[in-house]
Design a protein around this ligand. Structure first.
Ligand SMILES: Cc1cc2nc3c(=O)[nH]c(=O)nc-3n(C[C@H](O)[C@H](O)[C@H](O)COP(=O)(O)OP(=O)(O)OC[C@H]3O[C@@H](n4cnc5c(N)ncnc54)[C@H](O)[C@@H]3O)c2cc1C
Length: 443
């Protein structure tokens, strides 16, 4: 059996998890179970894959397992931007090559539609709001990125509004930024509430086991997934566990577990809300990818997200949290000097899977083993749509629109190989250090 050498173990301080409706997690797996399908990872990708497999194969049993509680992993700890537009951080204009950007837009829109329909159908209380997003700049480099992004949006035929710094306080309270581009298609969510809600409305032929970390795996005609309290034997396995997919023996050295950090304030008082001004609900992403993401939430808290670390084993380092909380405080004070007394209630981290070429994996990994892996930082829409389409591909279910998207994903080259250690850590750490330094006031 192959030993799974690193298991997820996120920190306990995720503000979204603690401020979303609590639920009783499904019990962990025990004993022996046989199923036609097993899906590992109950984040956006795995939840979507398990749901769609269940709909496409109504007579099959689908077992969905996660090492942690749903809503506690990365899918519940992100900034909650379900973005429609291509967000290619490898391209100068964030848009890149236009035919690829058009297909990416279709994928993201389908991901948004799938999520919106599920939220409506099941009444998931996750504050999903089609509020659009601001992409804001303060440094010269950031302003240049916005200009390039605007040209990219023109080429793609997408709507936007340019907002000069003097007008920004009416939107987001702060007068910190020099310029922003508002694009209307982004949907904001409370991510932990959304994934918890998705887990609680799975079709009846999906059995979800939480707190079940797969520690050993055997491949062959049947796939055996072993853990501390039992074994699951399946005919087919779908890996939807992002960078931890490498620990199952695939795509070695392609997905870099890069940690991001976020803090959430306490709710603002009525007087503080009046001092802040602006709209009651908004989201800002930085022009420079190393800058700060901000949100004002439905319950009048402010989220600050910045800072990165490379943790090759995919596990958090709690000692980093206080260091990055200090950085969040500095970013908050620069932007919101009118809110000097507002402290953070929560600071947490979460792991991305980043590929050097910014490509994800979709398709077959080995006989009877499939995967939708490597989120590249945009898993809310992308994970949802790739999980769904992987299940459609496995069922040979192709509508004209979905067939085109499946072909596009299958033809994608996938994440490329990074250099071996110690060069990998040296290279990634240097890139993160330099990127954050260059971001200047954007962070
Ligand atoms: C701070 C932060 C901000 C972000 N902001 C955004 C944003 O605004 N918009 C956006 O689209 N994306 C954002 N992201 C990225 C987004 O969270 C990810 O792309 C998304 O979570 C990927 O979903 P996934 O289901 O593919 O993987 P994950 O959410 O990582 O889920 C994989 C699951 O697999 C489980 N697992 C792993 N190994 C095992 C094992 N051995 N046994 C059992 N289970 C296992 C894990 O516990 C985990 O729950 C952000 C991420 C962070 C950290």
């Amino acid at each position: 059996m192959l030993k799974v050498t690193s298991l997820p173990s996120d920190d306990k301080m995720c503000g979204w998890y603690h401020t979303s409706p609590s639920r009783t997690p499904r019990p962990g797996h025990t004993g022996e179970t046989h199923a036609r399908w097993a899906v590992v990872g109950a984040g956006f990708t795995g939840l979507a894959a398990a749901r769609q497999l269940a709909l496409n194969f109504p007579d099959d049993d689908i077992v969905l397992v996660d090492a942690q509680e749903v809503g506690f992993g990365t899918s519940g700890r992100n900034a909650g931007f379900a973005i429609d537009l291509p967000h290619d951080i490898g391209a100068d204009d964030y848009i890149g090559d236009i035919p690829t950007a058009k297909t990416t837009l279709k994928l993201n829109l389908l991901g948004q539609t799938i999520l919106r329909d599920l939220v409506d159908e099941h009444g998931i209380d996750c504050h999903m709001t089609a509020s659009g997003k601001y992409q804001a700049a303060v440094e010269d480099r950031g302003v240049a990125v916005l200009d390039a992004y605007r040209r990219g949006l023109d080429k793609l035929g997408q709507q936007y509004e340019v907002i000069e710094g003097a007008a920004l306080p009416e939107h987001i309270g702060t007068s910190f930024y020099r310029k922003a581009l508002f694009t209307p298609g982004t949907v904001l969510v409370q991510p932990s509430a959304l994934v918890k809600g998705l887990a609680d409305c799975l079709p009846p032929n999906v059995t979800l086991y939480e707190g079940t970390a797969i520690t050993d795996v055997e491949y062959g005609e049947k796939i055996v997934l072993a853990h501390r309290h039992g074994r699951i034997t399946a005919d087919q396995l779908v890996l939807a566990n992002n960078a931890f997919g490498m620990r199952f023996g695939f795509l070695e050295r392609t997905m870099l577990p890069v940690f991001l950090y976020a803090s959430l304030t306490r709710p603002l008082t009525n007087a503080e809300q009046a001092q802040l001004g602006g709209k009651p609900f908004w989201g800002v992403i930085p022009a420079d990818p190393f800058g700060s993401t901000l949100r004002r939430t439905h319950d009048n808290r402010i989220l600050v997200r910045n800072s990165f670390s490379f943790n090759p084993d995919g596990r958090p380092k709690t000692s980093y949290l206080s260091r990055f909380a200090d950085r969040h405080r500095l970013s908050f004070e620069r932007r919101f000097p009118m809110l000097p007394e507002v402290e953070f209630d929560y600071t947490w981290s979460g792991s991305l899977a980043l590929a050097q070429n910014h490509k994800g994996f979709f398709g077959q990994l080995a006989p009877n083993v499939y995967g939708a892996l490597c989120c590249n930082g945009l898993g809310i829409t992308r994970g949802t749509v790739t999980g769904t389409l992987l299940a459609d591909w496995l069922a040979n279910r192709r509508t004209a629109q979905r067939g085109e998207l499946i072909d596009f994903l299958l033809a994608t080259s996938g994440p490329n190989k990074a250099p071996p250690e110690p060069f990998l850590s040296m290279g990634v750490n240097a890139t993160l250090w330099w990127g954050q330094r260059k971001a200047g006031l954007e962070s």
